[in-house]
Design a protein around this ligand. Structure first.
Ligand code: DX5
Ligand code: ZN
Length: 219
């Protein structure tokens, strides 16, 4: 069970210091938004390069950008641990997945709440991780959309039935109230933005989320 705090909820003026407050994380989730694919703007390649230079944890880069076929591989070239692209944004997902892997990144594809998990079927053998968005991408602090939990289970049965070792990540509205349900549905990698950053002790919150997920998965 892996907890990836989303730095979207961090203080952008003090990002390096903010990273130091979440060292219990398994990796840091970095949301790149371009104001086109989603109605919000965060940062791009230069900022991710700087984060990669100072980060003491792996970076899990979530690209919410159009033209991802062209720009996605540049993020992989920075040496980040994984790059996630949206299936809705890619014109040639198979080629993109291979381009990312060729540059040394783990590869993940994401589906928005309105996109069926089956859209990833052809791509599964190229992936290390599937990201099931549990909110509409664009903003932190939203409430998890309950209907997406069935999609997590569907993603898990799809990978399992093919005998593939693929991580299932959930992103959006993950809290200590719902993480057990998500883990039982088959998620093993959890992005948590506001639920970590608003906690008084962020590392304790990360450890709590991980423990709850592990307990749920054990049954
Ligand atoms: C939303 C982002 C998420 C976001 C999650 O588009 O992809 O990573 O930061 O934040 P919370 O956990 O607050 O929903
Ligand atoms: Zn994200």
């Amino acid at each position: 069970m892996h907890i990836h705090p989303s730095i979207l909820s961090a203080d952008f003026v003090n990002l390096e210091a903010e990273l130091g407050t979440i060292l219990s994380a398994d990796a840091y989730h970095v949301d790149v938004m371009d104001n086109h694919f989603v109605p919000n703007l965060t940062f791009g390649l230069q900022m991710v390069e700087s984060l990669q230079r100072v980060s003491k944890r792996d970076l899990d880069v979530h690209l919410m950008i159009t033209d991802v076929d062209e720009h996605g591989p540049k993020y992989a070239e920075l040496g980040v641990a994984s790059v996630t692209f949206h299936i809705e944004a890619s014109l040639n997902p198979l080629k993109l997945a291979r381009d990312l892997r060729a540059r040394g990144a783990r590869v993940a594809a994401a589906v928005k709440p309105g996109t069926a998990v089956s859209a990833l079927t052809e791509l599964l053998s190229e992936l290390d991780m599937v990201l099931v968005m549990t909110v509409e991408p664009g903003f932190g602090g939203q409430k998890l959309i309950e209907a997406t939990i069935d999609k997590v289970a569907e993603a898990r049965s799809l990978t399992r039935s093919r005998g593939l070792e693929i991580a299932i990540q959930v992103d959006g509205g993950v809290t200590e109230q719902n993480i057990a349900t998500l883990a039982k549905a088959g998620a093993d990698t959890f992005v948590a933005g506001s639920s970590v950053f608003r906690a008084v002790d962020r590392n304790r919150q990360i450890d709590l989320l991980r423990t709850l997920a592990e307990q749920a998965a054990r049954g």
